[in-house]
Design a protein around this ligand. Structure first.
Ligand code: DGL
Length: 285
């Protein structure tokens, strides 16, 4: 006879994740790759996308509501799979749910960039809200106090990625409009030093990575936080003795707050595998 304890039960709960929409699926993909045996409950707050243009008060309120929905379904750990929400709402979430480990994507992205940059000259691109809050810059300086950082909002990259427009001359032209001032500044007496590392500080931007590479050239290291976040989640699960012990296949369940057909269509692009509309539950927060 197998005795199931309460601790076993918690270990076999899903990891909860949320994002403003489908962007966090780039993080889900990395989690699945690293820990294929963990179940995942994913919530995309598609009714209120984008978060990146909202005030920090609004983003925090949305993040608390999304988390409440996940906690209601029972989760063992929360991944804030959205840079904008990670930048503003991590502490309020930890305060509201002291019994649940909470991992954001900013800290792992900052760690990866500090490891990747030789010169300590790091550029961050993200949504307007993430750049305004300077969370990446704080996280980078906490690890590498001598680092030189700059932040630039690239709001148009979000709808381009959602549309699946991620390559070609038109897209590279838009990318150049944002990134040339950083990587190809006009020369003059005040010409800034060119960063050797670019952080994709938004869940949507990895889809544009190869077009970004074509624009900025081969010498700049491009960092996205998905893989390092998966590493951080695994470490946190180990620390709390929360790795899944149940046998059999892990399950991924999707929830969206609006437009399930669009979630499944664009979500497939971000996840790299199709999502059937029947696999997505419409929820209200
Ligand atoms: N998921 C958001 C982020 O990573 C981008 C989309 C949005 O603005 O909501 O910042």
């Amino acid at each position: 006879m197998q005795i199931i304890t309460q601790a076993d039960d918690r270990r076999n709960l899903p990891i909860g994740m949320f994002d403003s929409g489908v962007g966090g699926l780039t993080v889900l993909k990395a989690l699945r790759k690293r820990m294929p045996c963990e179940s995942i409950l994913y919530l995309g707050d598609t009714a209120r996308l984008p978060y990146g243009t909202k005030s920090s008060e609004t983003i925090t309120r949305y993040a608390l509501q999304a988390t409440a929905k996940l906690v209601e379904r029972d989760i063992k750990l929360l991944v804030v799979a959205c840079n904008t929400a990670s930048s503003t709402a991590l502490e309020p979430l930890r305060k509201a749910y002291p019994g649940i480990p909470v991992i954001g994507v900013v800290e792992p992205g900052a760690q990866a960039s500090c490891r990747a940059s030789k010169d300590g000259n790091i550029a961050v691109i993200a949504t307007e809200s993430t750049i305004r809050g300077r969370a990446y810059e704080r996280a980078i300086h906490a690890i590498r106090p001598d680092a030189r950082t700059s932040g630039s909002p690239c709001p148009l990259f979000v709808p381009l990625a959602e549309e699946g427009w991620v390559e070609g001359p038109l897209i590279e032209g838009i990318i150049a409009r944002y990134l040339d001032p950083i990587f190809k500044p006009a020369s003059g007496s005040d010409t800034p030093e060119i960063p050797d590392c670019l952080v994709l500080g938004c869940t949507h931007f990895p889809l544009l990575a190869s077009a970004i590479r074509n624009v900025i050239g081969p010498d700049v290291t491009i960092v996205d936080s998905a893989a390092t976040t998966a590493e951080a989640v695994e470490a946190e699960l180990q620390k709390h003795g929360l790795r899944r012990t149940a046998e059999g296949c892990a399950d991924t369940h999707f929830m969206a707050t609006d437009d399930v057909p669009r979630f499944s269509r664009t979500g497939g692009l971000f996840l790299g595998t199709p999502i059937a509309p029947d696999d997505v539950e419409l929820v209200d927060l």
